[in-house]
Write a protein that binds this ligand. Structure first.
Ligand code: SDX
Length: 425
């Protein structure tokens, strides 16, 4: 913490001294917790300049396009680590020793099955349900089955709940896809990697052996690494707020899935593909770029812009490389990629996008890679949720481990009616 002080001069009051805290990187913060005593609140809808917590998990430098997980750069982790090791790192704050990782991996791979009764939940959904609608339901339903890991005050309950979520969310996700195509559910295969097991549960069928394609397995693992965590984004803040009331971890993660679904957040990769399909051909790009610039048109270029990155999204750089690797491996000549590349080129040269610092974000390329891998568009955000589950759990755990943790309860600027009298009858 820092010993600097901010002085706030309020009308008719003595100057208010507000402590300034310094982190290990990024902006210092002004501690306004005592401000209420002066009769004022701060006002920051959308939290453009508000730190909601203290965290040591992930750091983003939006100007420099830097993303660190527990101090390690995302491009290094994508290149040298794998998703399960990144899960260990995010959750425990350090890279595991060989023994620690072997134990962690064994635990995760031996919690992948579901309570067989939970499978019955799927039968209650319409076949054309969006998989995210199913995921919000079945992840929340885990709290109806795993009663021995609901006590958030108990550290061992928190630990087993974390393992169950990391292990079971991919199984639930693959089942939401299988249900939508009317194919039988595939049981997890504990002999495979985390990414390989997910691909087999998605695309394997009981009547023949499924051989994992190593290029697709590596691409899926990279997609999972790149989406694992991202500071206090909307869905992570949702999980923290839900968890601050003492809600059980399965309910909190279901709340995070609900928030991620929005097209301005995790739903952007699905919306980006829809946009590329609507554009259709390179010659129609100028028409859509003009719509994106039109203040009176709500249309936005999905996959562009970010609240924090005002330079390139380092995840997009890795994802772009993965995208070309997958398309080359599968020998796919996707006209939508041609539209995407031309849209990227035009947007990066257009004064509007340069001035507003709207660069392609991770969702711009992830949709194209997932499409190339044969994953239906409605599953894109589900896969984002599979990956982000570790980020949500890590922040939930960090919050509960912090001494003096309080329920989140923002205040407001009230602009409604006052002093109305109920009419005499
Ligand atoms: C994710 O927070 C995270 O970390 C999220 C995430 C994660 O890993 O958790 O990174 C994942 O959600 C990535 C973002 C995916 N969303 C999209 O691709 C949807 C399209 N992008 C926009 O909706 C928008 O850029 C946001 C929501 C991402 C960011 O919006 P902000 O920071 O609230 O910025 P803004 O909406 O105030 O826009 C600033 C200006 C506006 O113009 P002015 O009103 O100042 O004139 O830029 C314009 C906007 O109109 N603008 C766009 C635009 N994004 C912003 N114009 C056209 N196309 C766009 N995509």
């Amino acid at each position: 913490m820092s010993d600097k002080i901010a002085i706030l001069q309020l009308p008719g009051q003595e100057p208010v001294e507000l402590p300034i805290h310094k982190g290990s990187a990024g902006n210092d913060v002004i501690d306004i917790r005592s401000l209420g005593q002066s009769g004022y609140f701060t006002y920051d809808p959308g939290f453009l300049a508000t730190a909601s917590c203290e965290s040591a998990i992930t750091y983003i430098d939006g100007e420099k396009g830097i993303l660190l997980h527990r101090g390690y750069a995302i491009d290094e982790l994508a290149d040298k680590s794998d998703y399960l090791e990144v899960c260990y790192l995010l959750l425990n704050g350090k890279l595991p020793s060989a023994d620690e990782f072997a134990k962690f991996k064994h635990t995760v791979l031996h919690h992948t099955m579901l309570h067989e009764q939970l499978v019955a939940f799927y039968r209650g959904f319409r076949r054309d349900s969006h998989p995210m609608a199913i995921m919000v339901g079945v992840v929340g339903a885990l709290s109806a089955f795993y009663h021995d890991s609901l006590d958030v005050a108990n550290e061992s309950c928190r630990e087993i709940a974390a393992f169950r979520l990391i292990s079971k969310v991919p199984t639930l996700a693959a089942m939401s896809y299988k249900y939508s195509v009317g194919q039988p559910f595939m049981y997890p295969d504990n002999t495979l990697s985390y990414a390989g097991n997910f691909l087999k549960m998605m695309f394997g069928i009981p009547c023949e052996e499924y051989v994992v394609n190593p290029v697709l397995e590596s691409a899926m693992d990279k997609i999972l690494i790149l989406h694992a965590d991202h500071e206090q984004n909307a869905s992570t803040s949702t999980v923290r707020l839900a968890g601050s009331s003492g809600a059980n971890p399965f309910a909190c993660i279901a709340a995070g899935i609900a928030s991620l679904w929005g097209p301005a957040h995790g739903g952007a990769n699905e919306a980006c593909l829809e946009m590329l399909e609507e554009i259709g051909t390179v010659d129609r790009i100028p028409e859509f770029v003009a719509k994106a610039k039109d203040k009176n048109d709500p249309f936005r270029l999905m996959g562009f812009g970010h609240r924090v990155y005002k330079n390139h999204d380092p995840r997009a750089t890795v994802m772009r490389k993965t995208c070309h690797e997958v398309l080359e491996e599968l020998n796919i000549d996707d006209p939508l990629l041609d539209v995407a590349m031309e849209l990227e080129r035009i947007a990066l040269e257009d004064p509007y996008f340069i001035e507003k610092k709207l660069y392609p974000n991770v969702d711009f390329y992830s949709g194209i890679v997932l499409r190339a891998m044969g994953i239906p568009r409605t599953m894109f955000t589900v896969i984002f949720a599979v990956s982000r589950t570790i980020g949500w759990i890590s922040h939930w755990k960090e919050m509960l481990d912090q001494p003096g943790q309080k329920i989140g309860r923002p205040r407001q600027l009230y602009t409604g009616q006052t002093d109305l009298k109920y009419p005499e009858k």
